[in-house]
Design a protein. Sequence first.
Lengths: 245, 297
Amino acid sequence: MSLVVIAETLRRHLAHLGYIAALLMLIIIVVTMSAIGAPSQAPYEMISLFALIAGCQLIGPEFSSGTLQLILSKPIGRSTYLVSRVAGVALAIWVAIAVMFTSDVVGRLIADTPIVWRTAAAAALVSALKVLFVCSLMAFLGSFSRSYVNVGIYIGAQILMPMVFGLLSMMKNAVSGEMGAIGAFLRAHPSVIDAMGTVNKNLFPDAPFVPFDRNWIIMLLSNASVALLLACVIFSRREVPYGAD
Amino acid sequence: MNGIRVEALTKAYRPFGAVRPVLKGIDLTIAPGEVVGLIGPNGAGKTTLMSCIVGFLNADTGSITIDGRPNDDLDVRRRTGFVPERMNFDRRATGGAFLRYMARLAGLPRNHVRERVDELLARLGLTDAEDKRLSQYSRGMLQRIGMAQALMLDPDFLFLDEPTSGLDPNGVFLVRDLIAEEKARGAAVLLNSHQLAEVEKVCDRVLFLSGGVISRDEALRDIARITIVITLLAGSYDAAAVEAVAGAAPADHVVTVNVATEADVAQLVARVVGSGAGVIDVRRRTADLESIFRGAA
């Protein structure tokens, strides 16, 4: 990884007006929610959206503007650059998570509502890991697609996959009519629905029931690693044309 | 040190499955200390060729080596400078911050960054603009800072894509001087430009790219020839005598002759005067790339 790229990515985010505005909004929401005694994990749901928006801009805008070509002419490996960008973006959002955690504690101290340290810390950790995974996934999508298209792909998949999973689960029970054949196929090949469920669970993991669930943490880290590895493989061979004749 | 070598390079774009060949077997070499101009009409494949050499695009077939190594070798990149036609970076960054980032990316040790950036800003006439955001830079200033980032590590191989585009005359002179300095230092330079007059002034050799092939590869000293236009005093000369010594008959009291060297100019004028003709004006014109370009394009 390149510390230079990580630091520059972090600087750009922290100095970005959109980032500052979003962070202020999050602080207000967290303080308000903690003051009324809402569970600590509730506001962290918004962080994934934050990661999605920041993550989709990992490569796309640089690609379109020509900045990427300038950087790739320097002695830095493409994979190194991509991984460092992911680290920089993740770090910028981790800063937001740390601020949210602090705001939660401060809000509860001011309003004199109880602090469940274990729950609050577990919520922050889950959020931090999800951010890492979403950024890695965005890097993977960004290695062959463009900026906001990636958000569309991600949100589309998030909506469609459970729907398809539910539909297949229903069709599995069909025994007659046109659906009967599909039902028979799905009963004969239960791995189809299982695979769909596994992919869905891995791409869009729910928070674990148990705080600091080791298996959940390992699953998320390994999924992030796979996404990042695939992103590096594709990005290292991707052409980055610039200008026009 | 070896230079830049491209052998049998082909490249096609494949929009929606259709194959559109752009480079159809390019061979070229650029020796250390040589400045080579790449010219050709729009769509000839100049940017594609430069993109392949710099490593932004993958060649379909053929090979590209820089100092005997693959063009995507990181050590080669360390010794390479690239100036894009349009310099784009985070517009909120200041010129100084941009150059410091580029210096760190290029691998310059942290304790040398400040000094080197200051040097380059001064050399490119941007010292006063160091703290200005790039969004406040003019096109010419962006070109100059683009040049500065490329020269960060005194590259052995320099790729320039329209480096004088958008520059005022002083900027053009500056880039011309910088290219001359890089050449003197021993850098191999590839210059992609539509500005034929600039190519003519700074390049040793010129490649005419047309239809995906290099249709002409000429040393500029071979291209350059001197055209002499001699105006004679009406009634003072014998047309046949002048034609005999100059090799061209006067038309409307004007004789136009091509010669190769400056010494030939002096001899030609002396011969015409010796034939008894009254010479009232002598002008010289150097054949320019434009006429060659028109012929090759």
